[in-house]
Design a protein around this ligand. Sequence first.
Ligand code: BES
Ligand code: ZN
Length: 413
Amino acid sequence: MNTLGLMAAVLLAASSAFADDFPPKIDVAAPAAVWVTVDQADLAKPEAAGFPLKGPVLSEGGIAVFEVRPDMLPILSQFMHDRFKRCGGYLAHGSMDAAKASLRPAAVGPRAAYTLDQQAVVAPLVAGVRESSIRAVIEGMSAHHSRYYQSETGAAASRWLQGEWGSLASRIPGASAALFPHSAWKQPSVILTIPGSELPEEIVVLGGHLDSISGWGNSGARSPGADDNASGIAVLTEAARIIAESGVRPKRTIQFMGYAAEEVGLRGSQDIAAKYAAAGKKVIGVIQFDMSNFAGSGEGIWMLTDHVDAPLSAFTGKLVTAYAGVKAATTKCGYGCSDHASWTKKGFPAAMAFESTFNDSNKAIHSESDTLATMGGAATHSVPFARLAVAFALELAKTSSGGGLAKVVAAKH
Ligand code: BES
Ligand code: ZN
C-alpha cells in the first residue's frame, strides 16, 4: 500500500479530532500487517466517500478484505466513527487466511436444550449479588492507567485480573485462573475454569473484554474504561464470587473469559474462538457482557438481536425475567460490535446483554471520562447483570444439587 498516499488522503478527510494525536505513533514491535474485513454494503454508502484504504485484496460474500499496517488502524477507526457513527466497524485479523476464514460463518454447532429448571438453586444465589463488590472491581480495573492491548499497563491489568480470579478459583475444587497469551501482542486474555462434574467437555462461556482504549490508539493516554468494559469484567467476577462461595458445582464446565484486544478488532476473542473451533471444543453457549453500568434507557437489560444466536438470546431474555429483577428488552448494534461476534462467526451459539438501547448508550466511552463518577459513582445498574450471569452459568451448565441435565442437540463441532 502507498502509505504516503494514504496519509495524505486521511489528512484531507481528517476532522479536527485528529489534532491532538496525529500523526499516530508507530510501534516498531508491531507486526508488519493486519487484514481487516469491512462490509461491502457499507463501502457502497455515500458516507464511505474517501474511505482511507486502497484495495481490497479480496472481495467475497459481501465482505471486502484490506491489508493494513497496524498503526493505520486508529485512522480507520476515526474514519468509521466520523462517517458511520460507530466506534470501529471493522474486524482485524492476524493473517490473510484468518481474514478469509471469517468470510464463511460456520454453521451453528452444539447447543443445549434450553430449560429453566434450577430455580431452587439459582434464586437464593442471585439474592446475594452485592453492588459494593461489583463497584470494587470497576474501581480496581479503572485504576490501571490504560488497559490498551499493546501497553505494559494493559498487560499488568490482565495479571491483576488473573490474581482476583485466582483467589476465587482457589475456593472451588479443581478450578484455576490462567493467562491465555496471544502471539501478536503483549496483553494476554484471562480464563477462569470451573470443571464440570458430569460433562466436563461441554463448555459454557461467560465473557467480556478487559482492554480499554482512549482516542484512536494513543497507547499513552489515560483510558479508565469503567463502563467499557470494567463493568462487564466486574459482572463476571461477581458471578464467579457467588458461585465460588455457594459450594454449588456445575455438571458442565464453566469458563469466565476476560478478552484482550477487543477494542482493536475483537482480536483476543477471535484468537480464542478460532483455537477452540480448531481443537473441536464443544462450547454450548456463550454470553457477552460489554457495558453494563450506564442507565441510558432506565432500568433493564437489552439483548442484542444481531450477530447473535436467536434461540439462545430468547432463552437469555427469559432468564432476565426469571432472575434479574428487571425487564428484558432488545436492541441492535448494526455491526459486530463486541466479542459475541467472534463466537458467532465460528459457529458457536452466543448472546450479548447490554446496558440500554444502542442509541442511549454511554457517550463517554473511549475517552478519559469513562469513569465510575460519570455513571453516578455506583454500580447499581450492573446488579441485575450479575444476577443474569449466575443464572446463565447454572441454567446452562446445570448443577449437581438440583435439576436434570438437558440433552445437547444437533452436535456439529
Ligand atoms: N463496548 C463497545 C461496543 C459498543 C459501543 C456497543 C457502543 C454498543 C454501544 C466495544 O468495546 C467497541 O468499542 N467495539 C468496537 C468494535 C470493534 C470491532 C473494534 C466498536 O463499537 O466500534
Ligand atoms: Zn469499546
